[in-house]
Write a protein that binds this ligand. Structure first.
Ligand SMILES: Cc1cc2nc3c(=O)[nH]c(=O)nc-3n(C[C@H](O)[C@H](O)[C@H](O)COP(=O)(O)O)c2cc1C
Ligand code: SF4
Length: 774
């Protein structure tokens, strides 16, 4: 130890500390410096003692060069006397190696940039190989996430001792082209022939159910067993709505999450096409299986997946027979309830392994498929059965969700046989009217609807969307193409035919719910730019867009029943709060949309909604519309298998409609409301009640002055329904029939006068091709 050097060091340290303290440093900092200095000094003294001891043991000279660690410099271990350097050891010299403590530190110190290339030589050959994926976690093996409350993946086993054969079996199916329906019937035959079966199985078309809740939120009886026979479509189909409803139910806090545990069990049979859709083969049947299980359903038989191209009906039969055997089996079934199906609430896993396990589990069939339930599709894809169906019915599908169709009244008017009731009541000439809907989908499934149960249903917009400009341009093209086809039809009046190529009115009704199209106001604006008047009909289920709607020439709200119970029975609305929605819509008509020409449209269906006149009066009182248009429903073809339960017995005669209208009008007057019967079109069983503010100087003015309407619109000034009225012609007034002069009545068969009368009333009731709602 060099005492003189140490002493100097001490003095220097003391001087530095004193200077620091004197110059205002804090006492604690000063003390700390002194203590640290003392410790370092103590350590170096200890080390040098140790070194001296070592060198004395080895008989070395007391002055020994320490290793430079490869840095070189004056004290380099390799420095030769006289300042000349031999090669540096790079830290490997014996002086270093011999010090065990230094050697130990080297093994754990991270490599520094100054270390030599030899030291950094690392084998990278494995580095860029893909990281071996963690082994897929088998479905029923727990991959429990540590430190989280909810178990990420777990199973629970229960044993049921139910005798499945005693169950009430429901065979549900959904079918666009008939294969699932056929398969469901095979199942019905096989199961019905089981000798031990206590109750006859029931066959149900999912698309005909008024309310899925009756079966999939509430269970009809305590021993129900569901068998679902489902096709898969990668295009939109009615099944999409069913699956989305199931998914919504599961996430709706108002609904019992596990409502289907009350079933004795369920099984799903998928039919599809494995050749054309290998990646999506029977994917919707699998989705349904997962959703049923999520809601507590117990799978009593594995999901069947039958390719209707290969195997077809025999495979369905095979599955049905195996299922039948199982149902007869007394062996208890081991049910596995898989809580992984409830991972929505589970926290995001943090470590990579668990994350990867999650993906694997999703692969197993949960989330990836469930996400597909809300996949955005085209409403009516060109290759879909719905598209074919609609075009077969005479629609021109525009883009992916709009449609036009010329109705029989347009054809009639072109041939001089008269316009529809809108001419009598409001001055809309059928040959210059285009019937269009920007949404072929609807949020109701009205019993009198002529959609034949195949059009998409949904509560909200869930599809790809076309631009309003595109829709209008192509709708007009489609409409004109259909008009053109009429040129060879006998009796077409050349002048009307020519004018028909300049559409003046657009009835936004047809089928579906136009107001569901999110850009409806913009679309109406485009119509007005072309001086085409707009008649928008909505089903009183969408208060928000109704409130936001801009000016229309006439705004209709369909009032299909006067009470909550009847409305549910007639409209079969998809919304649970359908009644509250309707009430809100009526309130909007009375308030924010009261500047519009508002109309209640009532479609009378005998045995369904003609009973409670007082209740209708309540609704009128609530919405205070300008007009109430009452129309008897028209029979539009078979009710067989299309979800439309109506027969001719439900179609009212003109006289019955007239009685209803008079009674309603009297009730409104009794309440002090100024309404009266104004006009009619007896030919289509349609009668108009109007607010008496449209009776100017004793003359009804229910017609529209279209020129005035556009003038006002273009002026930019605000105006209301009374600003563009026109006098109702004599022939259109109530009691005068409403058949426009200049047209010829046409009866299919020539009859005597009495028979003709009968025929007119009959004609109003039957329309195999005409819309019953237009
Ligand atoms: C437009 C279209 C899309 C289809 N998409 C699928 C699909 O994604 N997966 C599948 O397995 N089968 C698919 N199929 C085949 C149908 O599921 C199959 O034909 C089934 O038998 C139809 O049943 P249905 O006649 O009861 O409607 C598709 C068929 C069509 C016409
Ligand atoms: S009648 Fe109209 S509201 Fe009712 S289901 Fe048909 S399109 Fe929808």
């Amino acid at each position: 130890m060099d005492i003189s050097k140490d002493f100097t060091d001490h003095l220097l340290a003391l001087a530095v500390t004193a200077t620091y303290l004197l110059s205002g440093g804090r006492l604690t900092i000063g003390c700390s410096i002194i203590v640290m200095y003392a410790l370092v000094k103590h350590d170096s003294v200890k080390k040098s003692k140790l070194a001296n001891l070592e060198s004395s043991e080895q008989g070395d000279a007391p002055k020994k060069k320490t290793c430079c660690g490869g840095k070189g410099g004056s004290s380099c271990c390799s420095s030769k006397p006289g300042g000349k350097k031999g090669g540096c050891c790079g830290g490997n010299c014996s002086s270093k190696k011999k010090n065990p403590s230094v050697e130990k530190i080297e093994t754990v110190t991270p490599l520094s940039l100054s270390e030599s290339a030899d030291d950094l030589a690392i084998d990278f050959t494995q580095a860029f190989k893909p990281i071996k994926k963690a082994r897929k976690m088998p479905k029923l093996v727990s991959g429990t996430k540590p430190h989280t409350k909810s178990t990420f993946f777990k199973k629970a086993l229960t044993v049921s001792n139910e005798k499945l054969i005693d169950s009430q079996i429901y065979i549900f199916y959904s079918s666009l082209q008939g294969a699932a329906e056929r398969s469901a019937k095979i199942l019905l035959d096989v199961l019905s022939s089981l000798k031990d079966l206590t109750l006859a199985p029931k066959l149900m078309n999912l698309d005909d159910l008024s309310d899925f809740d009756d079966y999939f939120v509430n269970v009809p009886n305590s021993n129900a067993l569901y068998i679902m026979v489902l096709p898969s479509y990668d295009t939109d189909s009615p099944l999409d709505f069913f699956l989305q409803s199931m998914d919504e139910n599961y996430n709706d806090f108002r609904i019992d999450k596990h409502a289907l545990r009350k079933l004795t069990g369920y099984a799903v049979l998928g039919v599809g096409d494995s050749e054309s859709w290998p990646d999506k083969f029977c994917y919707q049947a699998k989705q349904a299986d997962v959703l049923l299980a999520k809601q507590g359903g117990r799978r009593v038989f594995p999901v069947g997946e039958v390719c209707m191209k290969f195997g077809g009906d025999p495979k369905v039969m095979e599955w049905a027979k195996l299922l039948a055997e199982t149902l007869q089996d007394d062996e208890p079934i081991l049910y596995e309830y898989d809580e992984s199906l409830e991972t929505e609430e589970a926290e995001e896993p943090t470590d990579e392994l668990t994350k990867e396990s999650l993906i694997d589990l999703e692969d197993v069939g949960k989330s990836s498929e469930l996400q597909d339930v809300n996949e955005i599709k085209q409403m009516i894809a060109k290759n879909s059965p719905t598209y074919k169906n609609l075009t077969k019915q005479g629609y021109t599908v525009v883009g992916s969700h709009s449609g036009v169709k010329i109705c029989r009244w347009t054809k009639n008017d072109l041939r001089g046989r008269g316009s529809c009731y809108k001419h009598s009541l409001f001055n809309i000439v059928s040959s210059r009217c285009m019937e269009l809907t920007p949404s072929l989908a609807c949020s109701s499934k009205c019993v009198f609807c002529w959609r034949h149960g195949t059009n998409p249903v949904s509560k909200t917009w869930r599809w790809e969307m076309d631009d309003p400009e595109y829709i209008l341009e192509n709708a007009l093209k489609g409409h004109y193409a259909k008009i053109k086809q009429m040129r060879g039809v006998p009796g077409v009046i050349a002048e009307r035919f020519a004018k028909a190529f300049e559409v003046r009115h657009c009835a936004l009704s047809l089928v579906g719910e136009p107001i569901m199209y999110p850009l409806i106001s913009k679309f109406v604006g485009l119509l007005h730019q072309k001086r085409i008047s707009s008649f928008l009909v909505c089903n009183a289920q969408h208060p928000e867009p109704l409130r936001d709607l801009g000016k229309v020439t006439q705004l209709y709200v369909s009032i299909d029943a006067p009470t909550k119970t009847e409305l549910k029975r007639v409209d079969r609305p998809l919304y649970r709060d359908f009644w509250e929605r309707m009430m809100e819509c009526l309130e909007i008509l009375k308030t924010s949309q009261s500047h519009q020409r508002t109309v209640f449209r009532m479609t009378l269906v005998k045995g369904f909604n003609m009973g409670e006149v007082n209740a209708y009066a309540d609704l009128v009182q609530k919405g205070l519309p300008c007009f109430i248009e009452v129309k008897g429903a028209t029979f539009c073809g078979s009710s067989d298998g299309n979800g439309n339960p109506l027969t001719m017995q439900n179609i009212p005669f003109y006289e019955e409609c007239a009685t209803f209208v008079k009674t309603l009008s009297a009730e409104l007057q009794r309440r002090g409301l100024n309404y009266d019967v104004a006009a009619e079109h007896a030919h289509s069983n349609c009668i108009l009640i109007a607010d008496t503010k449209f009776k100017i100087d004793g003359e009804w003015c229910t017609h529209i002055d279209f020129e005035k309407f556009f003038e006002l619109l273009e002026s930019g000034k605000s105006f209301n329904h009374l600003d563009y009225i026109a006098k109702t012609p004599e022939w259109a007034l109530f009691g005068n029939g409403g058949f426009a002069p200049g047209n010829t009545r046409f009866y299919k068969k020539k009859k005597n006068t009495d028979e003709s009368k009968q025929s007119e009333s009959e004609a109003a009731r039957v329309a195999s091709v005409s819309p019953i709602i237009a």
